[in-house]
Each structure stands twice: as C-alpha cells, then as structure tokens.
Design a protein around this ligand. Structure first.
Ligand SMILES: Cc1cc2nc3c(=O)[nH]c(=O)nc-3n(C[C@H](O)[C@H](O)[C@H](O)COP(=O)(O)O)c2cc1C
Length: 452
C-alpha cells in the first residue's frame, strides 16, 4: 500500500453518523482525496470482529454482541481512508490500530471533540490539557504501527500556547496534524481563527490540515481562499460536505437531488443502515424537510421507502434481492453466539415447538400504541372472549432477547434476537398475529419487518 501523503489534499473531515462508507465514497467520487471515518471509540472496535463480506466487497468490523456494523470499509477507499479513534489509553489505541492497520491508510486520534461524553472519558479535547497522555498515545502508535498516525486538535486562545502544544505533538513523529481553528469552548457560529492556523503552519515542518472554514465555503473557489488564508496546502471540510458533498467538485457544485441520488446509490450498494441514511439525507435537505416531499421522506423507515422518493425503488429492490440470493447475512439474521466459533453453539430447543415467523420488531413502524402487535393481540382476545391472556417467556443470550408467547395451547416466536425484552415480546406477538391472520405478510414485508 502506498504511504498516505497529506500534502496538497482535499479531505472529508470526520463526522459522527455522517462519515460512514457511503458518504466517504461519495466524497471521493466528487473529488476528495482523503476521507476520515467518523470517530469510533476504541473499546467499540475492541468488542468487534473483523469479517470479510464477499457479497458487498467490504471488510466489516461487527459488534460481537449484536452484529451491528461498527466500521465498514471497501477497496475503493483502501489507500485513502483514515480511521479516527476516540481514545484516552495508549494500550487500547495500539490494540485497535493493530486490528485495522491492514484495512485503512491512516489512523487519526481525535483531540478536538468538546462533547461531555469525550471530556469525561479523558478523550477528545480533554487530551489538549493532558499533554503527557496525548503524546504517549501518539508515540505508542507511531512506534508500532505501519501506517501514518495523525491527530486532529482545536486551538488555544493564545498563539504561542497553541504552537507549543503543536510542537510537542509533532515531536512524537506524527505524519500531519488537523487543526480546527476554534477553541474547545467555541461553537460553530464563532469565527474560525484562520490566522492562527497560518501561524502554526509557518512554524512547523509537517503538513497542517486546516479545518473549520465551512461557514464561508459555498463553492469550490472558496476552498482555495480558505487554504490561502490558512497558509496550507490541505484542507478538511465537514459541514460544507455534509450539506452538499459535491463541494469537492472542481467543475462546480451540483443540485441536492443529484447528490442525494448518488448518495443513495452508495447506501444501497453497501447496505447502509436506514437510520444513518435518513440522518444524512435530513442534513442535506435541512429546511426542505418542511416541503410535502420532505414530510413524506420523514415518514420513511426502510431504505426501500427512502429510495422510492428519489425514484430508486426498483434499484434498491434489485440490489437487496441480489444480496439475499448471494447469501448475505444481514443484521437481522445475527444470532448471539455467531461470532464465537470456539464456543459450542447453543441449541435453543425451547423454540422447537413454536410457530416461528422470520421477522423483527421495528418500533418506528408503529405510531399509535393501539397498533402495536401486543395491543392488537389483546384486543383480539377480548373480542373473542379468550380468558387466558397471552403469556410471555423471555429467552436471553448475552445482551440479546427472544420471547415465546403462549396462547390457546399454541406457542409463537419471532426469529430475530432483539436488543431488549419489550421488543422481544412484541416480536413474538407479531408472529402470533400473523399466524392468526390478523396481519398480512404483504404488510409485514412492506414495513421491512419480515426477514426475506
Ligand atoms: C455532524 C458532525 C459530526 C462531527 N463528528 C466529528 C468526529 O467524529 N470527530 C471529529 O474530530 N470532529 C467531528 N466533527 C467536527 C468536524 O470534523 C469539524 O472539525 C468541524 O465541523 C469544523 O469544520 P467545518 O467548518 O468544515 O464544519 C463533527 C462535525 C459535525 C458537523
């Protein structure tokens, strides 16, 4: 793998929830040259397993307990993706770095996040005032990891204090440094200290990646202006790219629908979660969410439904079917001990005599409480004068749950291991109302509850 060079680069900045694989590929498509992942906390990666996903052509790091994707990357970005880590511990950081060093081009340590969660944990901007720890983390990684190590910081009020900090960090051997020109206490509406970034860039000898200029960046030429003001050759954009990722396009910015369609194509191709996909599009649409189409979009719960709005419904259906036929294991097929091959697989005999539906309970599909599977079932029992109420037995394995519902001498269950007991009961009730004919399979498929 060629060693990542941070000189003269247009970069997608790290963004929680936004910076997953489809957004990174979109940024590369429009002209970004390096893409940062969202910040991932070290212990989340340590609790994951690496899996090659042949169907999607990706490397996935999946949460051991529930199978959710912690980090997904593909060959298209292999030489230019930087994984951003949230950490306060050199040993944990090193373990994670060793897990991912073949799969990413660089590792960045977040030293700028001012959120309470980070500060309390000694991560993010807390490291700016704990220089020994910050240096220890960087030094440990630089010494033992094959790929370049960087960090992303915020500035201090005072130029010389900032320069001293940066010089100390540079002394660890990092390959480049991202500088967001605001202090830990400053918010996005405060002006970015471009002059301070310039002062630092003039006084150190590794690439400075200027950040914080999005408020003034509306077109490609504004990026050049920002670079000049900061005296750097590389810049990193967050909000400007979040709002319209084609900002990276030399030939000019594109309209939002074009950008959304391209984003959706990547989201479908890489089986992005509907929640993240929706969040990203909400941030592109902004006030357009108030239009009739925007409101229709807000009601969507599945990737399929979102795609219909941008005329990509058939594309999504075709791809999902293709993935299924090629044997992709999606999150809803995860079983608790799937990632522990060494352990003897548990045989859940309790489910043997149950009427099972391969389905999941998706809470957002139910607006009113009366529409919930358990409520529908109770009303049906009342109407049909069934005295014995449905009884629920919970089966749990690790942090995941399934339920067995007993009614009229029959037992029902859903196939999906839910994240809590309540959902497990609703899943079993869903199976029951389906078998009693109170809900059609078509309706379940439409809502994405049925696992194909
Ligand atoms: C939605 C969102 C999520 C962010 N998540 C991260 C993150 O995970 N790690 C990080 O270092 N900064 C994060 N940031 C901060 C940005 O990377 C960037 O430093 C900041 O927005 C200023 O740059 P800009 O003017 O280009 O937006 C986030 C910003 C936004 C808007």
């Amino acid at each position: 793998m060629p060693i990542l060079n941070y000189q003269n680069k247009l970069i997608l900045a790290p963004m929680v929830r936004v910076g997953s694989l489809p957004m990174r590929l979109l940024a590369l498509h429009y002209g970004a040259e390096i893409v940062y992942s969202e910040e991932i906390i070290d212990w989340k990666l340590l609790n994951s397993v690496r899996q090659v996903n042949d169907v999607l052509g990706t490397i996935d790091f999946l949460d051991k307990t529930d199978g959710t994707v912690i980090f997904r990357t593909s060959k298209e970005e292999h030489d230019c993706v930087v994984l951003q880590l949230g950490t306060c511990d050199p040993n944990r950081a090193l373990k994670v770095a060793k897990m991912v060093e073949e799969d990413v081009a660089g590792i960045d340590i977040n030293m700028g996040c001012p959120k309470e969660f980070s500060i309390k944990g000694g991560m993010g901007a807390a490291l700016l005032t704990n220089l020994p720890k910050a240096k220890e983390i960087l030094k440990t990684l630089v010494e033992s990891v094959k790929i370049p190590i960087t960090c992303k910081i915020r500035v201090f009020e005072n130029e010389n204090d900032t320069l001293n900090l940066v010089k100390e960090l540079v002394s660890t051997g990092i390959a480049a440094i991202g500088i967001h020109g605001r202090t830990r206490a400053e918010r996005p509406q405060h002006p970015n200290r471009n002059g301070l970034i310039k002062f630092i860039a003039e006084n150190i000898n590794i690439p400075v990646i200027a950040n914080g200029g999005s408020r003034e960046i509306e077109k490609y030429s504004d990026i050049e202006k920002f670079k000049k003001e900061c005296g750097v050759s590389s810049v990193m954009l967050a909000r400007a790219a979040q709002g319209n990722c084609s900002i990276f396009r030399k030939q000019g910015i594109l309209d939002l629908d074009t950008v959304i369609c391209k984003y959706l194509e990547y989201a479908v191709n890489f089986d992005n979660s509907p929640n993240t996909t929706k969040y990203v599009i909400q941030n592109i649409l902004k006030e357009l969410q108030e239009t009739p189409r925007g409101k229709k979009f807000l009601e969507c719960q599945t990737l399929q439904q979102i795609c219909e709005i941008w005329d990509l419904g058939d594309y999504c259906r075709k791809k999902e079917l293709e993935f299924f036929e090629r044997g992709m294991t999606c999150r809803r097929m995860i079983t608790p001990d799937m990632f522990e091959p060494a352990k003897k697989r548990t045989k859940f005999e309790q489910f043997d005599d149950c009427k099972e539906l391969r389905c999941a309970f998706i809470r957002v599909n139910y607006v009113k409480d009366t529409e919930l599977p358990k409520s529908i079932l109770l009303s049906w029992c009342l109407k049909n004068k069934i005295d014995d109420k449905p009884k629920y037995e919970i089966i749990h394995q690790g942090k995941l749950f399934r339920a067995i519902l007993s009614l009229n001498g029959e037992k029902y269950t859903s196939s999906y291991w839910e994240k809590n007991k309540k959902y497990a009961e609703q899943g079993a009730a869903l199976s029951c109302i389906y078998h009693l004919g109170l809900i059609s399979k078509e309706k379940l498929i439409e809502s994405g509850s049925v696992i194909k």
